[in-house]
Design a protein around this ligand. Structure first.
Ligand code: TRP
Length: 341
């Protein structure tokens, strides 16, 4: 009797154990397909339209891609990037905008103002993120920086034009005339030239403007202005950035210093700037793309702007031009060229 009772108890225990085990493994195999679908995540498509190739815009694009990866969007896994370079050609920009819309991009990035404007003319639905647009309101891209209102938001790389002009006067104290070199077709430059002109006049500098209609006029324009101005000022202008080696080559023939708006142009032979790191601009842009992919609404996402620029000086150019850099400036500047290379 005793044994029978024991066997019965054991049998119950075994049956219960088998039941629990079967239930558990059943649950596991039921949950496995769910895990697999989680791995096969949705693939997002990000279109990128870059206006033209120059070192600044290339660095911005790199920053965008790196920030996306840091935010968990990996190329070939859950991210597909459609990249187009407009080569500074308006009709190419229009066609490429169409293509990026047709690829059913979830978000499209416009790097530089003319690219962003082409995208804005093509879609009012797909979110557009501005990559380094100097003046998004003036370029008619957003209604208000804090409250963009439509399908567009992004990052402005607006630089401190007044500080840049003051830096020029500090480095070239005898200067009485500054020449503004920029493209007449870029909205971004018009705005900045107006700001720089105001600052220059406040310092008592005479301002001469040299708007160029296309790349072909650059060499001759720089030759002409080099005889008439004490230093050249260049805003965030893509056409000039793309031709920087030519500009530097011509200006150096007459030893005319160039104050730029961006670190990359100082690296290419400008004398100095107070500017924003281009790769950082790209990273901020990429972060915003990720936020929108994760559901943020461009209409209520404020445009990101930078508070402060960094002083960048080209030691080799200063030596070549015979310019003494004040110690105080030297101490807080990032130096390119010179011993560093
Ligand atoms: N801000 C420029 C625009 O709105 C683009 C730009 C970014 C740029 N970095 C630059 C232009 C450096 C010249 C040099 O189009």
């Amino acid at each position: 009797m005793k044994n029978k009772g024991l066997i019965a108890t054991l049998a119950v225990v075994v049956v219960v154990l088998i039941g629990v085990f079967a239930y558990q493994s059943g649950r596991q195999s039921a949950s496995q397909p769910a895990e697999e679908t989680a791995v096969q995540e949705e693939v997002k498509t990000v279109g990128i339209l870059q206006f033209v190739s120059h070192p600044a815009l290339d660095a911005i694009r790199e920053g965008v891609e790196d920030a996306l990866e840091e935010a968990g969007f990996e190329k070939g896994k859950n991210l597909n990037i459609e990249f187009q370079n407009g080569q500074a050609d308006q009709s190419k920009l229009a066609t490429m905008s169409e293509q990026l819309v047709n690829k059913q991009s979830d978000v499209i990035v416009g790097i530089a103002t003319p690219a962003a404007q082409a995208l804005a003319n093509t879609t009012k639905d797909i979110p557009i993120v501005l990559g380094a647009v100097t003046d998004p309101v003036g370029a008619n891209l957003v209604a208000d920086l804090d409250n963009p209102g439509g399908n567009i938001t992004g990052v402005s790389d607006k630089a401190p034009a007044d500080e840049q002009i003051r830096l020029g006067k500090e480095l070239i104290p005898d200067a009485t005339t500054v020449g503004m070199l920029y493209s007449s077709t870029e909205d971004n430059s018009k705005y900045q030239v107006a700001e720089a002109t105001k600052a220059a006049e406040e310092l008592g500098l005479e301002v001469k403007t040299y708007p160029i209609p296309s790349t072909t006029e650059i060499t001759q324009t720089v030759q002409v202005m080099s005889d008439l101005v004490d230093f050249i000022y260049i805003p965030l202008d893509n056409t000039i950035a793309n031709a920087m080696p030519t500009v530097v080559g011509e200006a150096n023939k007459k030893k005319v210093p160039i104050i730029t708006s961006v670190d990359t142009m100082v690296e290419q032979g400008g004398l100095a700037t107070i500017g924003i790191d281009q790769y950082t601009i790209g990273k901020e842009t990429g972060k915003m793309v990720a936020e929108i992919l994760n559901g943020a609404d461009p209409a209520t996402t404020p445009v990101y702007t930078f508070k402060e620029g960094e002083v960048i000086l080209n030691q080799d150019q200063a030596d070549f031009l015979g310019i003494e850099i004040p110690q105080e400036l030297y101490d807080r500047a990032t130096i390119v060229g010179g011993e560093e290379e």
